[in-house]
Design a protein around this ligand. Structure first.
Ligand SMILES: [Zn+2]
Length: 272
């Protein structure tokens, strides 16, 4: 699942490589992935792509006409949605939700192997109509999310730390992979309940969240371009590395759960 660091880099790349391009034709080869009528897609001919931005786990692509934003494409890629910049002549793959043919002979496409993501075409000021948007908390890397703000927000959530970090109403942008990385970095068990944390531990969690995400963004900036459709996870320290030695203490990492697995070190991240 693309998370904050992945989508940050994709947004940067989209802004660098397709902003300013005009859409010649917009179609939805797999229409179920797009919340827009064929008429609405037809009307995108002639609009110019603005600078993409990420918010939480959403990708936002402004679609401008005559200097003002006419529509915003909001993408929630969920498990497997990917943007792809390609030549127009490239075969259109199965499960391509959206194909934007650009005025320079390239396409910007959205492909979703799992078909769980969704694209929304919204009018200016109407992002609240997008499911999950209105009640989203601050981005986990928001400069305004200070330790003090973090302390205040976390008090409302008494539950276990792993689902807490993944709860976009608390902080937005963290999923299954980076929550494991952050908890390992903070030396806190995923099963710990927030209500058992000391002030020091809350600070450790905050610092780990910021460091892990910033470090991942730096690494991905070097790894990802130009293939923005490829997700890189090879540098993660613990996530999905169950059975391998803990990079900190050398004991075997433990992994529980199936597809939504949690990986942690029982020694570095002791249950209370
Ligand atoms: Zn360890």
């Amino acid at each position: 699942m693309p998370e904050l660091p992945d989508l940050t880099i994709v947004a940067e790349e989209l802004a660098r490589r397709v902003a300013g391009r005009r859409i010649v034709r917009a179609t939805a080869p797999t229409p179920i992935l797009v919340r827009a009528t064929p008429d609405e897609l037809d009307r995108l001919a002639g609009v110019t792509l603005g600078s993409a931005a990420r918010r939480g786990k959403f990708m936002l692509l402004p679609l401008d006409r005559n200097g003002s934003t006419e529509r915003t494409l909001a993408a929630n890629p969920m498990l497997a949605g990917r943007f792809w910049i390609t030549d127009r002549t490239e075969r259109v793959r199965a499960r391509t939700g959206l194909r934007l043919e650009l005025d320079d002979g390239r396409d910007l496409r959205y492909v979703d192997r799992e078909m769980l993501g969704k694209l929304y075409l919204v009018a200016p000021g109407s992002l609240d109509e997008v499911p999950g948007w209105a009640d989203m908390g601050p981005d986990a890397d928001d400069p305004d999310l200070s330790l003090e703000v973090f302390r205040t927000r976390i008090r409302r959530h008494p539950g276990e730390l792993k689902p807490l970090l993944r709860n976009p109403r608390f902080v937005a942008g963290i999923g299954n992979a980076y929550s494991d990385e952050i908890l390992w970095e903070a030396r806190l068990s995923p099963r710990r309940r927030r209500s058992t944390l000391t002030d020091d531990e809350v600070e450790r969690l905050y610092v780990a969240m910021r460091t892990v995400l910033a470090d991942a963004i730096d690494r991905l900036r070097a790894l990802v371009p130009p293939d923005i459709q490829t997700q890189h996870r090879e540098f993660l320290r613990v996530h999905l590395r169950g059975g391998e030695p803990c990079p900190r203490c050398g004991r075997e990492l433990r992994q529980i759960g199936g597809r939504e697995a949690t990986t942690f070190c029982r020694s570095c991240q002791p249950p209370l």
